[in-house]
Ligand binder design. Structure first.
Ligand code: NAP
Length: 217
């Protein structure tokens, strides 16, 4: 069976995966870019955005497996964009421009489905209203035997953790305190008991946690 994986998911010391007040100007709300500064300098991030160069240290080593053997992504509607409720602007095609870095089918969970969007480079956004189990079934079908990445945001990762559907969870703890926002861990008491946890701290100051679901469970 293909695996369900989360990669490079950045949270603050107090466990928030995004800030409050998302807008077109601030996709992460009051967190601004503080959760992802560790990522911007890596070779992996630069390649994702068609640029040369970048650091190849610990952070890059942890980040670069995000695309290996991934055949589809599932993301929440708030990762896709800042609109809420019924779509007012169906011209919106996500934050990533005409050639998004996913290069696979991407299932966007929303209570407001709209026609699929075919982008350059192989990314196709499908907008679906589905339970995590049903979304995963559809993503697996589209992934053709490869793994499925849960791309965020925190509400979506949390829902898949609550449903016990995640096999591999890579979380990056960034030494900032946000004080408010959307928590990754809320309601998930005892989650660690289902996983083996490994910890790597890099010179940049962030801590990489890798939670791997116990074998045979
Ligand atoms: N820290 C990181 O590494 C990271 C990674 C990715 C994204 N982010 C950030 O996270 C933020 C978004 O996260 P979020 O937690 O606010 O929201 P989210 O998980 O992206 O999306 C939640 C929304 O998706 C829709 N949805 C979720 N599950 C559904 C289901 N089963 N059926 C139908 N619709 C469903 C609902 O929207 P509707 O009811 O409106 O349709 C829900 O309000 C953004 O700021 C993004 O930039 C952070």
């Amino acid at each position: 069976m293909s695996l369900v994986r989360v990669h490079n998911f950045s949270i603050s010391l107090d466990g928030y995966g995004t800030g409050e007040g998302q807008s077109l100007e601030n996709p992460f709300g009051h967190a601004t870019d503080r959760l992802h500064r560790w990522f911007f300098g890596t070779r992996t991030f630069r390649r994702m955005h068609g640029q040369e160069g970048g650091d190849t240290g610990v952070d890059d080593a942890m980040a670069r497996t995000w695309g290996d053997d991934i055949g589809a992504e599932i993301m929440g509607r708030n990762k896709f964009g800042p609109q809420r409720g019924p779509w007012q602007d169906e011209d919106w095609q996500g934050w990533w421009g005409p050639n998004p870095p996913f290069h696979t089918p991407v299932f966007v969970l929303t209570h407001h489905p709209r026609p699929s969007l075919e982008m350059a480079g192989g990314t196709v956004f499908h907008f679906i209203d589905a339970t995590p189990q049903e979304a995963l079934r559809r993503a697996r079908e589209a992934a053709g035997g490869k793994d499925v990445r849960i791309g965020g945001g925190p509400r979506t990762v949390r829902a898949f953790l609550e449903a016990d559907l995640i096999d591999h969870l890579h979380v990056v703890v960034v030494p900032v305190v946000l004080g408010r926002g959307e928590s990754l861990w809320a309601g998930l008491e005892g989650l660690e008991q289902r996983f083996d946890t490994e910890v790597v701290t890099g010179p940049s100051g962030v801590t990489h946690l890798t939670l791997t679901r116990h074998r045979g469970e």
